[in-house]
Design a binder for this molecule. Structure first.
Ligand SMILES: CC(=O)N[C@H]1[C@@H](OP(=O)(O)OP(=O)(O)OC[C@H]2O[C@@H](n3ccc(=O)[nH]c3=O)[C@H](O)[C@@H]2O)O[C@H](CO)[C@@H](O)[C@@H]1O[C@H](C)C(=O)N[C@@H](C)C(=O)N[C@@H](CCC(=O)O)C(=O)O
Ligand SMILES: Nc1ncnc2c1ncn2[C@@H]1O[C@H](COP(=O)(O)OP(=O)(O)OP(=O)(O)O)[C@@H](O)[C@H]1O
Length: 457
C-alpha cells in the first residue's frame, strides 16, 4: 500500500475502495450488569481491521420494558456508530449481519450517512455520489434483530431527558424548562467534559442525571494517524439514537434537544453541505419518522429551541449570569475546559453575545477581546458572509452575525475588526430588533413548552 499521507483525498478514496470492498456490521454484544448495559459493537473491514466501540448505558426500569424493543434500539445505535469506522476506507459494500431492515429503512440510513459525511467528503476533496457511494444490504445468514415492523415499548414515560453539550444552547433549554412547574428534568450526556459537568452541577431543579460512556475503538485512531480517511461525522445523530435508548431504559418521555433554527443553513453556500446536518430540522423530522418504524412509544424527540435562532438564544442566555463563567462552546478547547480564542466558534459566540453583554464583560469571560484580534480576520470574513463559505463549525447564520455587529457599531463600539469592515456591515446588516422578533413555525415542540418559550424570547 502506498503512503496514504502523500495522496489526495480523492486518490485515497479510490485506492481504499478498490482495496477494501466490504464493511461488515457483524454483531453486537450486550451484558446486563446491576444498573448498566454494557454494549460492544463488532465491525469488520476484511483485510484491514476489526473495530469494537463500546457503550455503557445506565438503566432503571428495564424489567418493565420490552426486550425486543430495547435490542432494536441498541442495534440502531450501532448503525449510527458504524459510519465513523466506515469512513476510514469507505468500502463500497456495507453488509449488516445482525439486523433486518426494510429497503426504505436502508435508504434512510444511506441518506444520513451521505449527508452526515457531506463535510468529510467536501473537506477531503472527495467526489461521492449519493446513489453509488454505498451499497447497503442486510445479510440474513444468522440470527438478527428484526426491525421491519414496529414493536410496542412498554412502561411509563414522563419528564424530560435534557442532553447537555456544555455550550450556551442547552443552558437556555434548562432555563426554559425550569419555568414549567413540576416538569421533571433529568440531564443527559455522552461522556463528560468539564463544562458539561459544571452546567449539570448548577442545575438545581433536576431529579436525575444520566451519563453514558462511549469509547471509540483505538484502531480507528491508529489508522487516522497513518493517513486513512478522517473527517467530520454526524455526532448529533449519535446523541439522538443514544438518547432514545437511554429514555427507553430510564423512563423519560421528552428528549429535549437544543438545536436552533439557524442550524438549518448550509455551510457551503448554494449546496447541501452542512456541518450541522444532524442538528437540522430535516434530520429531526427524518429521525422521528424512522424511530416510529422501529418502536411504538410515548417518547418524543424534539428540539426545544427549534423555533428560535442563535441570536434569540444568545439574548436569553446573556440574561442570566449563572452560566457565564462555566459554559464552553469552543469545540477545540472543550476538552481542556478553555476558550481557545483562536477558532471560528469562539469568535462566533463572542459576536453573538456582543449586543447583550458589554465588551468588558465579554473580555472577562473569554480572556481577551476577540473583535480586536486581527489573526481572526479570516473567520470574521467567513462568519459575516464576505467570503462564500461559513466555517465548518456550529455557528449561526450570516445575517445574525452582521446584525449583531451592526448593532454594536451603532452603539459606538470601535474595535479593530468591525472598524475594518464597517461599511460592509452597516450596509448589509438587518435591524437586530427584527431578527429578535422572529419565530419559526417549523418545529416539533409540544404546545405546553411553546408557551414558555414565547414568554422568555
Ligand atoms: C469528532 C467528534 O465527533 N468528537 C466528539 C466526541 O469526542 P471524542 O473525544 O470521542 O473524540 P475526538 O477526540 O473529538 O476525536 C478523536 C478522533 O476520532 C474521530 N471520531 C470521533 C468521534 C466520532 O463520533 N467519530 C470519529 O470518527 C475523530 O475524527 C478524531 O480523529 O464525543 C464528544 C462527546 O463525548 C463530543 O463532544 C465531540 O465533539 C467535538 C467537541 C467536536 O468537535 N465535534 C464536532 C464534530 C462538531 O462539530 N460537533 C458539532 C455537532 C455537529 C453534528 O452533529 O453534525 C457541534 O459542535 O455541536
Ligand atoms: N456530549 C453530549 N452529550 C449529550 N448531548 C450533547 C452532547 N454534545 C452536544 N449535545 C446536545 O446537542 C446540542 C447541540 O450541541 P451544541 O454544541 O450546538 O450546543 P451547546 O453545546 O448546547 O451550545 P453551543 O452552540 O453554544 O455550543 C446540545 O445542546 C445538546 O443538547
Amino acid at each position: 500500500m502506498q503512503n496514504l499521507k502523500e495522496l489526495t483525498g480523492q486518490q485515497k478514496y479510490d485506492l481504499l475502495r478498490s482495496e477494501y470492498k466490504d464493511f461488515i456490521f457483524d454483531s453486537y454484544e450486550v451484558e446486563k450488569n446491576s444498573n448498566e448495559l454494557d454494549i460492544k459493537y463488532n465491525f469488520v473491514v476484511p483485510g484491514l481491521a476489526e473495530f469494537h466501540p463500546t457503550w455503557k448505558i445506565p438503566f432503571k426500569n428495564i424489567e418493565d420494558t420490552n426486550e425486543d424493543a430495547i435490542n432494536r434500539l441498541i442495534f440502531n445505535l450501532g448503525m449510527v456508530e458504524l459510519v465513523s469506522y466506515w469512513k476510514i476506507a469507505c468500502p463500497q459494500n456495507v453488509i449488516i449481519k445482525c439486523g433486518v431492515l426494510t429497503d426504505t429503512q436502508l435508504q434512510w440510513w444511506k441518506k444520513l450517512y451521505y449527508n452526515g459525511l457531506g463535510e468529510c467528503f467536501y473537506v477531503n476533496g472527495i467526489e461521492a455520489y449519493e446513489k453509488e457511494f454505498m451499497h447497503l444490504v442486510c445479510d440474513y445468514s444468522k440470527e438478527q434483530t428484526d426491525c421491519t415492523k414496529p414493536v410496542k415499548l412498554h412502561g411509563i414515560y414522563e419528564g424530560c431527558l435534557v442532553p447537555i453539550g456544555g455550550g450556551k444552547d442547552s443552558c437556555v433549554s434548562l432555563e426554559v424548562l425550569k419555568r414549567i412547574k413540576d416538569e421533571k428534568i433529568t440531564t443527559y450526556s455522552v461522556n463528560r467534559i468539564e463544562a458539561v459537568k459544571k452546567v449539570i452541577d448548577v442545575t438545581d431543579n433536576k431529579i436525575g442525571d444520566i451519563l453514558c460512556r462511549r469509547t471509540l475503538d483505538k484502531t480507528m485512531l491508529q489508522l487516522n494517524s497513518e493517513g486513512y480517511i478522517n473527517g467530520h461525522t454526524p455526532f448529533s445523530a449519535i446523541v439522538a439514537f443514544s438518547s432514545v435508548l437511554t429514555a427507553a431504559l430510564n423512563g423519560q418521555k421528552y428528549i429535549t434537544l437544543s438545536n436552533e433554527n439557524s442550524a438549518n443553513e448550509s455551510t457551503v453556500k448554494d449546496s447541501k453541505v452542512n456541518h450541522q446536518y444532524s442538528k437540522s430540522y430535516e434530520f429531526e423530522l427524518d429521525f422521528n419518522d424512522y424511530i416510529a418504524t422501529i418502536v411504538e412509544s410515548d417518547i418524543r424527540y424534539f428540539s426545544l429551541l427549534r423555533p428560535l435562532t442563535e441570536i434569540q438564544i444568545a439574548k436569553i442566555f446573556a440574561s442570566s449570569d449563572k452560566y457565564l463563567e462555566i459554559f464552553r462552546s469552543c469545540n477545540a478547547g472543550s476538552k481542556k475546559g478553555i476558550w481557545c480564542c483562536d477558532c471560528p466558534k469562539c469568535l462566533f459566540v463572542y459576536i453573538i453575545l456582543s449586543p447583550f453583554l458589554s465588551q468588558e464583560r465579554l473580555t472577562e469571560v473569554f480572556g481577551e477581546n476577540l473583535l480586536n484580534k486581527e489573526s481572526l480576520e479570516k473567520y470574521f470574513r467567513e462568519l459575516v458572509g464576505i467570503d462564500e463559505n461559513k466555517p465548518f463549525e456550529c455557528v449561526g447564520t450570516r445575517s445574525e452575525v452582521v446584525a449583531s455587529l451592526k448593532y454594536i457599531i451603532e452603539k459606538g463600539e470601535k474595535l479593530k475588526l468591525t472598524e475594518k469592515y464597517k461599511d460592509y456591515i452597516v450596509n448589509n446588516g438587518e435591524d437586530l430588533k427584527i431578527l429578535l422578533g422572529e419565530w419559526c413555525d417549523e418545529h416539533l415542540v409540544p404546545d405546553n413548552f411553546v408557551k414558555e418559550i414565547r414568554k422568555v424570547v
